[in-house]
Design a protein around this ligand. Sequence first.
Ligand SMILES: O=P(O)(O)OC[C@H]1O[C@H](OP(=O)(O)OP(=O)(O)O)[C@H](O)[C@@H]1O
Ligand SMILES: NC(=O)CC[C@H](N)C(=O)O
Ligand SMILES: [Mg+2]
Length: 501
Amino acid sequence: MCGIVGIVGKSNVNQSLYDALTVLQHRGQDAAGIVTCDRGRLHLRKDNGLVRDVFHQRHMQRLVGTMGIGHVRYPTAGSSSSAEAQPFYVNSPYGITLAHNGNLTNVEQLSREIYESDLRHVNTNSDSEVLLNVFAHELARGGKLQPGKEDIFNAVRAVHARCTGGYAAIAMVTGYGVVGFRDPHAIRPIVFGKRETENGTEYMIASESVSLDVLGFDLIRDLEPGEAVYITDKGELHTAQCAENPSYSPCIFEHVYLARPDSMIDNVLVYKARLRMGEKLAEKILREKPDHGIDVVIPIPDTSRTSAVELANHLGVKFREGFVKNRYIGRTFIMPGQAARKKSVRQKLNAIELEFRGKNVLLVDDSIVRGTTCKQIIQMAREAGAAKVYFCSAAPAVRFPNVYGIDMPSAHELIAHGRTTDEVAELIGADWLIYQDLPDLIDAVSEGNPKLTRFDCSVFDGDYVTGDVNEAYLGKIEQARNDAAMSTSEMGSAVIELHNN
Ligand SMILES: O=P(O)(O)OC[C@H]1O[C@H](OP(=O)(O)OP(=O)(O)O)[C@H](O)[C@@H]1O
Ligand SMILES: NC(=O)CC[C@H](N)C(=O)O
Ligand SMILES: [Mg+2]
């Protein structure tokens, strides 16, 4: 779940792209990049690090141009080397740059085709570079000196025909415009909006609506599954359905954890979905343990706060902030490597003893994935003197790997994989553990938009909506991307493409 953004403006877009990426930082902390287009010339800056560390004033000054795209990365394919920071660039045709959120599931086959039939070279292990080359090859097949909107849409149609997996992408065709497209299942989110300026209308395409809000753009809508939006450098906006059989099944984990609560995704306010998750979890607790004896409900900052507040309201129990979060430490789950994740939990959260001493506490998290957070938190609650430590998760047990752009490639790293709830409770040291039921999670989100009847819930139920994910595939990515394998896979950081500012 990287963050992507594209702007076609009426004056330099560098600052707006920077600001939008800052707002999307929660979607990727590993690398950041911006490319702008100024009268047919591209200017690129990308590197590992947070947005504020990658772009210094001297870089910003060189990023001139009235259209551009940007990316914040959380690696889910290849390595976390700076060579795989985005946007990626290909020279032919026209000079195309691309920023991608998601993961392709047929990248091996595509890489072969690109080399053997399309006669193209890909220089990294990133699936996003493959996606760019497929798009570029298909656009080249149009053979036009000046591509029009139909040429762009036809290239997206061909991308959908060749690529499988989850992808929301924004590509810039040098000198012509910016195109955003969403995979035929709409797994990853992408929205677009506009803002009026004295020089005319400006358009933005982005992963989450929050980046439109903060920059004064009005949300127009989400892209539909398989749909593309193309904004020309003159500021004309066109949309087209580019998939043969589109079917809405967005990733439900966006609502659980990935997205910011103030974002609207597929017409659902994430904040309200999380409130409903809390409400439904409270009902389950009251059903299963009517005389629960809970003295206080305590969230595990940050993401679980919203559901924890509503859970406490419905239980009729006090809500207290028992853990203080160090605001200078990022999200731990999206850090690469288990050692960094483990160390960060303790640096990030500290307990206020007063809220624990002698009490039966209910700790609330949005999800339990590897169990890194909850194990340490429960121990901290005990050290702070809690009498009983109950733990609940606003999402069901995560038992299956993710293959669509969340870095959970290895089933064996998931604490609930092959374990019952009681076994997980024992392992994390909780006196009682309660998970949300999947139908309740689905209701919590779809109550915001009844048109959403299907979601990608694969991490909870092992049902992969693209239909091409089997045991053999899962075995392969587990081998290639488990924590131990990743720690030895770093590659060099040579960037063989655009001059990096
Ligand atoms: O079981 P685990 O493998 O530990 O993963 C789950 C935890 O990771 C996330 O928190 P994170 O610190 O990434 O971000 P947050 O501040 O947004 O809650 C999530 O909110 C859970 O707390
Ligand atoms: N989290 C993502 O969306 C990652 C995009 C792409 N697969 C990469 O690894 O760079
Ligand atoms: Mg958390």
